[in-house]
Design a protein around this ligand. Structure first.
Ligand code: CS2
Length: 461
């Protein structure tokens, strides 16, 4: 079967939207670390729209993206033979809408071509280095500082540093480092971690970095399940029989709130739906504590109840009630909304998004890396609520189900801290005992929240 590529683009069915700009004429303006499904359905999709800007406006120019995979060659093999082209299929009960995205120029595998990655960061046309490396990709220790054993020569820190060093030597300007991961205060965190790395490995670059680079915070939101063979078959059919190995399936909804603090030029993302604001905090906190908090709750409690997908779990009245309580009664009261931000309406919209019957979003996908996700999704809410003299029964039920997950109930535990967490759970007599140890002052998740006995008595057997 033929494959999607620049040469087969003209053969696509007319209803499939495609790039209207001259792809080859664009310079690479963005280098992106972590070119997984999420980036392809989100930032690359916004950038493609900015390059298009077809409402009578001329598109932006020179924002092509070079994607970087740190280790795996899988995405490069999917995308490079297709000239970087891929399909974004938006799926809902109303049907599917397909668009071919053209903003990605190529994918480099850092472990195979490290010099090319450094050269991409150092190229004069590069203005933005963005990241979706997941929570664990930031290589933090339990106390939030940089773990230098993890941040070695195959981490983004190394490649960004080498690229910036070359820029400084060549007398080029700095870049904007744009974290697009689900961390609280992701820009400030990235800046602090980057400075810790530079102070140890390239101290002379610290003043240049401070003077020439910025790290804005972002809130990114779009539900993007891992692509399956069925998804690829559905897309091939809709493309009139062309295979697309790099396609992604997502929901119609998307949101991107970006702190407008760039070191240099940026695409006109605000013209294609992104919100450029001075303060991302309230959006980011609401998204992490409500959407992601409810997601993790549905994942652990849903798996315990025998479900496989998010839409199945949210259809269960008891789990739906639990997710609603977490969002409305536990998380929302800890958030100071921005003007016009309606948290009750947000919770309602989230329930509807979780119920999308056309997205096969696996609970086990959300359940991975719990140790990296739970602090900003649950523990910050628990700590803020405890300070107000209240407790969070829904989140505590989530913690109980997470401990059940750590016992291996849903298969091998996929978490960078599994070697610390699973032995605690294995030797504890009760989930309450395991939780007490995990969150205690010497435990693997110390420092976020200290459970009180009353927290567990009511919930955990
Ligand atoms: C999910 C997120 O996998 C997970 O942990 O909670 O990836 C979620 O789908 C996105 O943050 C939605 O924007």
């Amino acid at each position: 079967m033929k494959r999607l590529s620049p040469g087969t683009l003209a053969a696509l069915p007319a209803e499939v939207a495609r790039p209207l700009y001259h792809r080859e004429a664009q310079k690479v303006g963005i280098v992106h670390f972590g070119i997984g499904a999420f980036h392809r359905a989100h930032q690359a999709w916004y950038t493609d729209a900015a390059l298009n800007l077809d409402n009578g406006n001329e598109g932006d120019a020179d924002w092509a993206i070079t994607g970087i995979s740190l280790r795996s060659a899988g995405v490069a093999r999917q995308m490079n033979p297709q000239g970087g082209l891929y399909t974004v299929a938006e799926q809902s009960a109303e049907g599917a809408r397909l668009r071919i995205v053209g903003s990605v120029r190529n994918v480099l595998v850092a472990s195979e071509e490290p010099d090319a990655v450094i050269a991409a960061v150092a190229a004069p046309s590069t203005q933005i280095v963005s990241l979706t490396v997941t929570e664990k990709g930031y290589c933090r220790s339990a106390d939030g500082t940089l773990n230098f054993d993890l941040a070695h020569s195959l981490s983004f820190y190394y490649f960004v540093t080498q690229g910036l060093l070359a820029r400084a030597k060549a007398g080029l300007g700095g870049v904007t480092l744009l974290s697009c991961d689900n961390l609280a205060d992701n820009g400030a965190k990235l800046e602090s971690l980057m400075l810790q790395y530079l102070a140890r490995h390239e101290p002379d670059l610290v003043p240049w970095f401070k003077a020439n680079c910025t790290c804005p915070s972002t809130m990114i939101d779009r539900i993007v399940p891992a692509t399956t063979d069925e998804d690829r078959a559905m897309v091939a059919k809709a493309l009139g029989g062309l295979n697309d190995d790099a396609c992604v399936v997502t929901e119609p909804f998307s949101q991107w709130v970006i702190e407008d603090r760039f070191a240099g030029p940026r695409p006109r993302w605000e013209a294609v739906g992104a919100q450029l604001v001075s303060e991302v905090g309230p959006y980011e906190t609401a998204k992490l504590r409500m959407l992601n908090g409810a997601h993790s709750l549905l994942a652990y409690c849903g798996l315990k109840a025998g479900y496989e997908y998010v839409h199945e779990a949210i259809a269960d009245p008891a789990l739906r009630q639990l997710a609603t309580s977490l969002m409305r009664e536990e998380a929302a009261p800890t958030i100071t909304p921005a003007p016009g931000q309606d948290l009750a309406a947000y919770a309602e919209a989230l329930i509807a998004r979780f119920a999308n019957p056309c997205l096969n979003h696996r609970l086990i996908q959300i359940a991975m890396d719990g140790s990296q996700k739970i602090p900003q999704r649950w523990l910050e809410t628990l700590a803020a609520t405890a300070a107000q003299g209240r407790t969070c029964p829904a989140i505590l039920q989530g913690i109980s189900a997470w401990i059940h997950h750590l016992s291996g109930a849903n298969g091998p535990v996929d978490d960078p801290m599994a070697d610390k967490l699973t032995p605690i759970v294995a030797r504890a007599d009760t989930p309450a005992q395991a939780a007490t140890e995990i969150f205690s002052a010497n435990g693997p998740l110390a420092g976020y929240w200290t459970p009180q006995t009353r927290d567990f008595e009511a919930i955990l057997p």
